[in-house]
Ligand binder design. Structure first.
Ligand code: 1CP
Length: 340
């Protein structure tokens, strides 16, 4: 397969040209880093911060400067899409996202040009980041929330973390929102690729809340539509359908380039049943333990997978209370495995 960008460790992994195990971490640009916190303190409006190209590209590069990760994930948020579609999003301290109650038929009136204009600073951030990374062979990762996870935030209007949400009916109203999300997520993906994103990761953080019988409608079909679109654009897709029971079935249905796994799944079962490159798995809570435990867990993941087909990452985002020194240790352990 020929992709737009060559010679990065992740492209090599996909093309079976192994040299080193790539490593980057979900949520690597953010709350556990003191250099992020000092910017965040002075920028109380989170959406505004995501739309500040100078600061967002700086935050994107912070973990690269510190740890020399093999990929930079753009500092932004999945909820910028509902924001740009006209549903107000606020991030409240000690609460999380707080979305305004609106009739989501407003999505029918959103113009492509207006949507792109609102998100233009994100695309500028990608361009800035690529400039900063131009002499290195690192990937620039753009991303979107999957339709199901976005639908859930838009209707629930806050994090579904504490439970208490019910599955939505597959009626005309819901179906129309999914159609509109498909349309605008493709616009957002295309603009990120044009600006220099070499990989698109699709976060379906709440896929695990759905019963098996609803996965086809809410997860497989909508994500496959995005993965096919990304492939048409000769760009790599990574899917993270967090906490689903059957990753093999997801991969068979959706056919992404790379599958990112959570920490509740047994990695040896993934290895024995799935034949595409795998990313992630390590429980982020392990980084709150001591070095010996970190080393044992890292070794477990690296030994389980064929090194040619594995990208080191966590099974969910870096926790805010993580000590950056432990991230340093983790990176060193991964890189010294097999004398790399
Ligand atoms: O300081 C703060 O309070 C802001 C915290 C923060 C940060 C640093 C939020 C609010 N978003 C982000 C950045 C972010 N979010 C990135 C870019 C940085 C990086 O990954 O290195 C990315 C990729 C996301 C993705 C994201 N946002 C997801 C999917 C990944 C996952 O963790 O499951 C989700 C679900 C969100 C929604 C979101 N954004 C922020 C919060 C507090 C939440 C809600 C999380 C929840 O419901 O528990």
């Amino acid at each position: 397969i020929l992709f737009n960008y060559m010679n990065t460790l992740i492209q090599d992994c996909i093309n079976n040209k192994f040299s080193k195990t790539p490593i980057w971490l979900m949520r690597q640009a953010g709350r556990y880093l003191p250099e992020f916190r000092s910017i965040r303190e002075k920028n109380q409006d989170f959406i505004k911060l995501c739309l500040n190209t100078k600061l967002s590209s700086e935050i994107t590069i912070q973990p690269i400067n510190r740890f020399d990760f093999d990929a930079a994930i753009i500092f932004s948020d999945i909820l910028l899409v509902p924001h740009a579609l006209g549903q107000q999003v606020k991030f409240k301290k000690n609460f999380g996202p707080d979305l305004k109650k609106v009739d989501l038929n407003i999505l029918n009136d959103v113009k492509k040009e207006d949507f792109l204009k609102k998100l233009n600073p994100v695309y500028e951030t990608i361009k800035e980041t690529r400039k900063k990374l131009s002499i290195s062979n690192k990937d620039t990762i753009g991303f979107v929330g999957a339709p199901w996870t976005l639908l859930l935030y838009m209707l629930n209007r806050k994090s579904p973390k504490e439970g208490n949400f019910s599955v939505f009916p597959k009626d005309k109203y819901i179906n129309n929102i999914l159609i509109k999300l498909d349309e605008f997520l493709k616009i957002h993906i295309e603009a990120q690729i044009k600006s220099g994103a070499s990989i698109i990761q699709i976060f379906d953080s709440w896929a695990g809340l759905l019963p098996e019988k609803d996965l086809d409608y809410f997860v497989y079909k909508p994500i496959k539509s995005l993965v096919d679109f990304i492939r048409q654009k000769k760009t790599i897709s990574i899917c993270f359908p967090r906490n689903i029971n059957n990753y093999k079935k997801f991969v068979d249905n959706v056919k992404p380039d790379i599958i990112s796994i959570d920490y509740n799944v047994d990695p040896s079962i993934i290895r024995d049943t799935i034949d595409i490159p795998v990313q992630g798995g390590l429980d982020p809570k392990i980084l709150l333990q001591n070095k010996e435990i970190v080393r044992n867990e890292v070794t477990k993941y690296l030994k389980t997978f064929d090194k040619k087909r594995y990208i080191f990452n966590l099974g969910h985002g870096v926790l805010p209370e993580t000590n950056p020194d432990m991230v340093r240790y983790l990176v060193d352990e991964v890189r010294s495995f097999n004398g790399q």
